[in-house]
Design a protein around this ligand. Structure first.
Ligand code: FE2
Ligand code: FE2
Length: 183
């Protein structure tokens, strides 16, 4: 299947970044035990996903190299407020959107893989099961932030920005590739 190698290498990188993002929130958010527990569990799950992706990369006999970062995540953060505590709320909501989009795209990938790659499709579907929970962890964390106001309205605005970002990023064989209306 074309681009499978690049997609799996990118997947490894994205899982590692997802773990790092959750880990960072553990330190920068106000110390709420429930939120900390959920984010800690999420960070562990992302690292398990990273290790599982490495195993699939090995099984497919792909040379492990790092992939250049996509502009998707950095472009989403452009719309976050610059002042605290709203900035942290927005960053949590952006993480929720990234998780939800990743989940949707992994499900599409699993369905698109040919029968000869059934084990890789199963791998993606296993990840989807966990990823489907992750966006809710971030939405809940955002709603639990002291001083958080207009969370629903911010989420709507950031979701619109996310959709516009995908509409303008170039169409590339990446999990977060755009629809190709620019570049
Ligand atoms: Fe993951
Ligand atoms: Fe995730």
């Amino acid at each position: 299947m074309p681009h499978l190698h690049a997609l799996l290498l990118e997947q490894a990188q994205l899982e590692k970044k997802a773990a790092a993002a959750a880990n960072r929130f553990l330190f920068v958010l106000p110390q709420n035990a429930n939120v900390q527990r959920s984010l800690s569990q999420l960070a562990r799950e992302e690292l398990v996903h990273f290790e599982r992706t490495l195993r699939v990369i090995d099984q497919q006999q792909i040379a492990f190299v790092s992939m250049p970062p996509s502009r998707y995540a950095s472009q989403l953060k452009v719309a976050c407020e610059s002042h605290l505590p709203q900035r942290l709320v927005d960053e949590l909501l952006v993480s929720a959107l990234i998780e939800a989009r990743s989940c949707e795209r992994m499900r599409c990938l699993a369905r698109a893989l040919p029968a000869a790659l059934a084990s890789v499709a199963e791998f993606y579907l296993d990840l989807v099961e966990a990823e489907a929970r992750h966006h809710l962890v971030y939405v809940e964390a955002a709603m639990n932030q002291p001083g958080a106001t207009n969370v629903a309205e911010r989420f709507r605005m950031l979701a619109l920005h996310e959709a516009n970002t995908l509409a303008t990023l170039p169409f590339t064989p990446h999990l977060h590739g755009g629809h190709g209306n620019a570049d």
